[in-house]
Design a protein around this ligand. Structure first.
Ligand code: TYD
Ligand code: MG
Length: 490
């Protein structure tokens, strides 16, 4: 059989060549030529072949979803998989993509669907071993170890599954293309072939895609346009927590967050993540505070911890795990300049517990309180949450959707919230401690004995130095760490 004709197209400018070239003669970019079939597969579309209709005549209940059997996956998908839809699940190797999808197809097979799991990375025996552990050995679930596109299409032809999982798209290749499996040209070509097949048969398809070190989907960035839904599976390998997000979703919202816990028996859906995050919390310890953050649409209560310790380093350490380094520096500066808490001779460690990553400024106030609490050795009230952005002038600003955050705190049993003065009314069960400035918030929570402006009272300065001074301001060592509790309140 004659080999199919292929061409090499420049990703950057569209230049065509008959063989691979390193540098594009048109745009001078390097390594931009991808191999493609000469007669390219036409771009598939769910809507192809329909005549134009008046917008008022278009009914919206077309998208029937089929439950994936995994509650948190359904939440992210807005109910389940849509027939004929193509979903790309991206994530770092080892994060649990194969586990999640095997659990989903097992549940769907149990519900009577015919499912085909194409493993292009592992042998059928390896998948079977995992399925034993996941209790996923069920009728209607078919398994094949296959790496060629034509092979996969032939299996779909003979089995006519309702659902097919391709694990992973980077290891599927078309032997008609000369480029190596996993190259951009191969991945794109195979994805096009699979998408066309999915639309033609109204067969739900899930493509697994590995993510590169830089965080992009390896090669198939271009795939994001072709598929209906892109899900990102994230987590820290040292923690059991896994988060699933929709990056793109043609059939629903993209702001839902799915939370899972990796157990010995597979991924457990976590319906109440706030309780999970707070389950190991040590109460009555200085330097800990709970912050209601919003991830997409979902409020989560996360414990933020800070530890301030004396340092011998010329430039002391600033460590931020799961919280933003830039925001930490800003809060330290504001605490130093506006609330007279010195950090120049201290190492500062902050962390969001449970492998969560907080990027929101809404956690500023919580971080500031945790830092002050660690410096003073004064634990914060364990029934308290803090929510608000800290400005450079030391003022507190409202965060978006404060009501939702506080409602979640109330649900889990918190009773007090430190919030900016202008924040909306607190829900039932939560007493609002309102503050206009960070210093005021420190005062309200017992982290600071005074509410002075830039300088604490002279008596406090003398007390902190342990020896009488004339009060000459230049001599005051602001960097000294001292428990603010010991400062008399005058
Ligand atoms: P896997 O689904 O193979 O990841 P991916 O397909 O994203 O590469 O999951 C691999 C990790 O999950 C592996 O390190 C072991 C762990 N794991 C569990 O902790 N419990 C389980 O029940 C299973 C199946 C895997
Ligand atoms: Mg895998």
């Amino acid at each position: 059989m004659a080999k199919a004709k292929t061409i090499f197209l420049c990703r950057n400018c569209g230049h065509q060549a008959h063989k691979w070239i390193g540098q594009c003669p048109d745009c001078n970019e390097w390594n931009t030529h991808d191999e493609e079939m000469a007669e390219r597969i036409s771009k598939p579309s769910l809507l192809a072949g329909q005549p134009p209709r008046l917008i008022g005549d278009v009914t919206v209940d077309n998208f029937q979803t089929v439950s994936s059997g995994v509650p948190e996956l359904n939440r992210v998908l807005g109910g389940g998989f849509v027939d004929g839809s193509v979903t790309l699940v991206g994530g770092e190797p080892g994060i649990g993509k194969s586990t999640l999808l095997l659990q989903a197809v097992a549940a769907m097979s149990r519900a009577g669907k015919t499912c085909l799991y194409v493993s292009a990375e592992e042998s059928a025996e390896q998948v079977r071993l995992r399925a034993d552990r996941l209790n996923a050995v069920v009728d209607n679930l078919w398994l094949v170890s296959e790496t060629s596109l034509q092979g996969v299409l032939a299996h779909c032809d003979s089995l006519k599954p309702d659902m097919v999982i391709i694990d992973s798209i980077q290891t599927i290749h078309d032997p008609d293309l000369t480029s190596a499996p996993g190259s951009v040209g191969q991945v794109r070509h195979c994805a096009h072939g699979l998408v066309t097949e999915a639309k033609r048969r109204a067969m739900s398809t899930v493509l697994v895609g590995h993510v590169t070190k830089e965080g992009g989907l390896a090669g198939p960035r271009a795939l994001e346009h072709v598929v209906d839904t892109v899900l990102a599976f994230e987590g820290d390998r040292h923690h059991a927590l896994r988060l699933l997000r929709a990056v793109k979703h043609r059939f629903g919202a993209t702001d839902e967050l799915g939370v899972f816990e990796m157990m010995g028996t597979g991924l457990e859906s976590v319906s109440d993540p706030s309780r999970l995050f707070l389950s190991d919390r040590a109460k009555g310890v200085a330097g800990s505070v709970v912050v209601p953050v919003l991830d997409g649409h979902r409020p989560l209560l996360v414990e933020v911890q800070a530890l301030v310790a004396p340092s011998n380093l010329a430039s002391p350490r600033r460590s931020a795990q799961g919280v933003d380094t830039g925001r930490l520096s800003l809060i330290i500066a504001v605490l130093e300049r506006r609330s007279q808490i010195g950090f120049a001779k201290t190492d500062v460690f902050t962390s969001a517990i449970g492998g969560v990553k907080i990027t929101e400024p809404a956690a500023d106030l919580g971080m500031a309180l945790a830092l002050a609490s660690s410096v003073t050795g004064n634990p914060l009230d364990s029934g308290l949450v803090a929510c608000g952005e800290v400005g450079l002038a030391g003022e507190l600003r409202q965060s978006a959707q404060t009501e939702r955050r506080l409602a979640e705190a109330a649900r889990v049993g918190f009773t007090k919230a430190v919030i900016p003065a202008g924040a909306p009314a607190t829900p039932d069960g939560i007493i609002g401690l309102r503050a206009e400035t960070l210093s005021e918030a420190l005062h309200l929570t017992g982290m600071m004995g005074n509410q002075s402006g830039f300088r604490p009272p002279a008596s406090a300065r003398r007390a902190s130095q342990g020896r009488a001074r004339s009060g000459a301001e230049a001599d005051v060592d602001w960097a000294e760490v001292r428990p603010l509790r010991s400062i008399p309140n005058d």
